[in-house]
Design a protein around this ligand. Structure first.
Ligand SMILES: Cc1cc2nc3c(=O)[nH]c(=O)nc-3n(C[C@H](O)[C@H](O)[C@H](O)COP(=O)(O)OP(=O)(O)OC[C@H]3O[C@@H](n4cnc5c(N)ncnc54)[C@H](O)[C@@H]3O)c2cc1C
Length: 435
């Protein structure tokens, strides 16, 4: 009879992204025993960096906007000074001009009729707010930004980013990530006053060798990690996991793999949980790594591209975050694509390069050394009307099984790397109490 090799771990952690690594590190520091199981061959998950021919690429822009001073100190210590503190220099390409981001605070420099439409719409929205609160993200934009800003930036850009109609998206995540414009900022931006500090992401930390340095540093104190160790089955009643071809017996389980993956690994889900799981939606993302033999043509970190004629909605320059992201004299870009289907590169790449030339991002297509298509299966959890009711069924179910599912995809939310670090240490505290 075949018996699977069996391992016993007091605390099993699924996933070696920032959440899982931070959980493991916290447990080890408290002298607890744990092991991390990671599907891929490296740590970092969405916060990974790959290297190719001297060029370094993250999974699109990953910048550390740390609000907690304590966490900031910890991250600086982990990176041992090998990181930059950077003031945002991001722009919007629209209506044939380049304006600083955020769009609503920089109408100066737009064609006058566009600036007028934006200002008029904003003032009307402020003066005559509807009596009912906005029911969805589209209404939130119209209500707080007005018709002009919505038409020229907020609606087309966010439609392209999320890949779903904005009237399907709720407003419960907006207060933090989509701050309402203030009258004084809009007016200052209309007459060209300095306004570049606005928004949650105006200053950020970035490791010299790419964001992957952060999980690599965390992994040094996270203890044992099994790689190529994919979750196949969770048998929660028996506190068993099948990981690859190994049976793992655990006392406490912390999972940071996507909630959908975790639920799909349980054989007979109660029908109401199976129905709730089907209601969870997430947007995938396809993007391009672009290696250039020339330095950047324009000086910006990342640019928003709301206009539909371009096949990409955002482009960023890793080598503007750190020159070490490209070999001397070169530069490296990410280009986030609107289309979620597998790209036909022979058609798409010339179109993208023509767009980048038109926007003045690159000098010429002949500067390109290579382009590679990349794919994130999970990018943005969709906050639609189904999400909260579905989670209200799934969360108590997992709780009843003693499973802690956390992280951006483990808890099915829209959150940052700072949150992931926090989720990881909070999950560790809970796991330590239980074990
Ligand atoms: C396009 C994009 C841009 C972003 N930009 C920023 C930014 O600028 N700043 C910021 O703060 N945040 C940003 N984020 C958010 C940030 O990436 C996440 O908050 C953070 O990386 C989440 O970490 P995590 O550990 O929770 O999840 P993940 O990084 O997804 O880690 C989960 C891990 O589980 C592993 N796994 C999956 N399935 C299995 C399985 N079956 N078995 C075993 N292991 C498995 C994965 O390989 C992965 O390593 C961005 C996210 C995206 C998508």
């Amino acid at each position: 009879m075949f018996r699977m090799p069996t391992r016993h771990v007091p605390i099993a952690i699924l996933g070696a992204g920032l959440t899982g690594l931070c959980a493991a590190r916290t447990i080890r520091r408290a002298r607890g025993a744990c092991r991390v199981f990671e599907r891929s061959r490296h740590v970092g998950g969405h916060a990974s960096t790959i290297e190719d021919q001297g060029y370094r690429f993250d999974c699109t822009g990953h910048l550390l906007h740390l609000r907690s001073d304590a966490l900031r100190e910890e991250v600086l210590e982990l990176l041992d000074g090998a990181c930059f503190e950077i003031d945002r220099n991001s722009v919007v390409f629209s209506n044939g001009v380049t304006t600083p981001y955020p769009f609503q605070a920089h109408t100066h420099g737009l064609p006058p009729e566009v600036a007028y439409e934006c200002l008029l719409g904003f003032l009307r929205a402020v003066q005559h707010p509807p009596s009912e609160p906005p029911r969805n993200f589209e209404e939130y934009c119209l209500r707080h930004f007005g018709a002009g800003f919505s038409r020229h930036f907020m609606l087309p850009y966010n439609r392209r980013l999320f890949g779903v109609p904005l009237d399907q998206i709720t407003t419960d995540w907006c207060e933090r990530f989509v701050p309402r414009p203030k009258l004084e900022d809009v007016l200052a931006g209309a007459v060209g006053l300095e306004n570049s500090r606005l928004g949650y992401n105006s200053r950020f930390l970035y490791p010299k060798l790419g964001i992957g340095e952060l999980p690599r540093a965390l992994a040094r104190s996270a203890g044992d990690i099994s790689f190529d160790a994919s979750l196949v089955e969770l048998r929660p009643e028996r506190r068993e996991l099948v990981i690859g071809s190994e049976l793992v017996r655990y006392e406490t389980l912390v999972s940071s793999v996507p909630l959908t993956t975790l639920l799909d690994s349980i054989r007979e889900l109660p029908s109401e949980v199976a129905a709730a799981r089907k209601r969870l939606r997430v947007t995938e993302l396809r993007y391009l790594d672009v290696a250039l033999a020339a330095p950047p043509k324009r000086d910006f970190h990342w640019a928003y591209v709301p206009e539909e004629r371009f096949p990409f909605y955002r482009v960023g320059q890793y080598s503007a975050f750190s020159q070490e992201m490209a070999p001397p004299g070169g530069s490296s870009l990410y280009v986030e694509l609107v289309d979620r289907k597998p790209p036909d590169l022979s058609r798409l790449v010339p179109e993208v390069l023509a767009g980048l030339c038109e926007l003045g991002v690159i000098h010429s297509a002949s500067d390109v050394r290579f382009v590679r298509a990349r794919h994130l299966e999970q990018a943005y959890v969709i906050y639609d009307a189904e999400r909260a009711p579905a989670l209200s069924v799934i969360e108590p179910f997992l709780e009843s099984l003693g499973v802690i599912s956390t992280g951006r995809y483990g808890a099915w939310n829209y959150s940052s790397m700072e949150d992931a670090l926090r989720f990881g240490s909070e999950a560790a505290e809970r796991a330590l109490v239980r074990s």
